[in-house]
Design a protein around this ligand. Structure first.
Ligand code: APR
Length: 351
């Protein structure tokens, strides 16, 4: 049971508690924690709460649970808010602002890492993003190193390197045909579209991505450096001539020299595309704020980009590794949810 919101005041204290199940779904409870509660209830509120020291389940709807408490925040002050709920609580409090609004803002958002990042974004003149496979898992594409990732089922050096392309082309082509078809069956999600919107609004100034799915560009981002290439761009491995994705998917060879077709992705042992890498280095060297989203940072040289900046660095990821290179802020969570809440903060007039 976790404390979502705790209110205190002359008449006693009230708490909204929450219990999260294995599917990350919360159930909420209201608990009176002081016997003096009924004294401060307005006449029409007397029916609102159970007798003191009783915990009452109020269901799985946070808005409803907060409404049940809502009539009390005129009397009581917040003394504790769960950092993951600060923004939701503060937004709802604003709908019927109590007198101590500044105090509510401090308690709800003071140690809210996303709110701090929203402030940094609004203050930064040059913000860049480094994204990894975790940015596309909510589109339906597996990442590489999580429990359901590609490299949990396949040896990367077996399917994604030059030797395989030359010595076991069937295996290489089957792996990349499957990945292209997966990318084509799915699409960018809200998080990709939010980053594209932020580029248009001047909130971010470039995305260096390790992803080859092309989803940032497909969502509308224009300043994208594809460090590991793009899986839907095909070339002949022998003469370098471009080919259509349909040629590769139909298992045709190069129309000019009959060489083997391959996606323009960086295989293990290959160099990164020079233009994309130089662009990324220039962005990260100039950045006032670097936001890293959905990457384990285990593959160089992309993983070294955040170290190039003298600005602030933020790591947003499902898993926060124990040994995380010097980041100013680490925010655990899913890319799409975090970006959606950040966007709501940036669109509000609360920064
Ligand atoms: N939201 C946030 N983070 C997520 C999400 C999500 N929805 N889903 C997964 N993650 C996190 C995982 O916890 C993991 O730490 O994203 C990270 C993905 O890490 P990897 O699977 O290692 O992928 P990435 O870092 O992009 O790999 C880099 O390795 O094999 C090469 O070329 C390949 O570009 C790839 C490179």
């Amino acid at each position: 049971m976790e404390t979502i919101l705790k209110l205190d005041g002359e008449g006693g204290s009230l708490a909204l508690l929450g219990e999260k199940n294995d599917d990350d779904k919360w159930t909420y409870f209201i608990e009176c924690q002081e016997s003096a509660m009924p004294d401060i209830l307005d006449e029409e509120d007397q029916d609102l709460l159970p007798l003191p020291h009783k915990k009452e389940i109020v269901g799985t709807d946070l808005r409803l649970a907060l409404e049940k408490l809502g009539r009390h925040w005129r009397h009581l002050r917040p003394i504790e808010v769960h950092p993951d709920f600060g923004w939701s609580v503060y937004k709802q409090v604003l709908e019927s602002p109590p007198i101590h609004l500044l105090h509510w803002k401090r308690v709800c958002l003071g140690n809210n890492p996303l709110y701090r990042l929203a402030e940094w974004i609004s203050l930064s003149n040059f913000t860049v993003v480094l994204s990894g496979a975790g940015m596309s898992t909510e589109s339906g594409l597996p990442d590489f190193r999580s429990k359901d990732g590609w490299w949990r089922r396949l040896d990367p050096h077996q399917v994604s390197n030059l030797d395989t392309l030359e010595d076991n082309y069937e295996l290489f082509r089957d792996f990349y045909m499957y990945r292209i078809e997966t990318v084509e069956r799915h699409a960018p999600h809200l998080g990709h579209r939010i980053l594209a919107k932020w580029e248009k609004k001047g909130r971010i100034h470039g995305i260096a991505t390790q992803n080859v799915d092309g989803y940032h560009a497909a969502a509308g981002s224009e300043k994208v450096a594809e460090l590991h290439g793009n899986i839907r761009s095909i070339r002949c491995h022998r003469c370098g001539r471009g080919a259509a994705v349909s040629d590769f998917l139909s298992k045709r060879n190069c129309s000019a020299c009959q060489g083997r077709l391959r996606p323009n992705v960086v295989l293990f042992g290959e160099m990164l595309p020079e233009k994309a890498w130089n662009q990324a280095m220039q962005w990260f060297r100039s950045a006032e704020l670097v936001i890293v989203i959905g990457t384990s940072l285990q593959v160089a040289p992309a993983s070294q980009l955040p170290q190039l900046t003298s600005g602030r660095t933020v790591y947003m990821n499902m898993e926060i590794p124990d040994r995380l290179y010097r980041f100013d802020l680490a925010i655990q969570g899913k890319a799409q949810n975090l970006l959606a809440e950040l966007d709501e903060m940036l669109e509000s007039c609360l920064l």
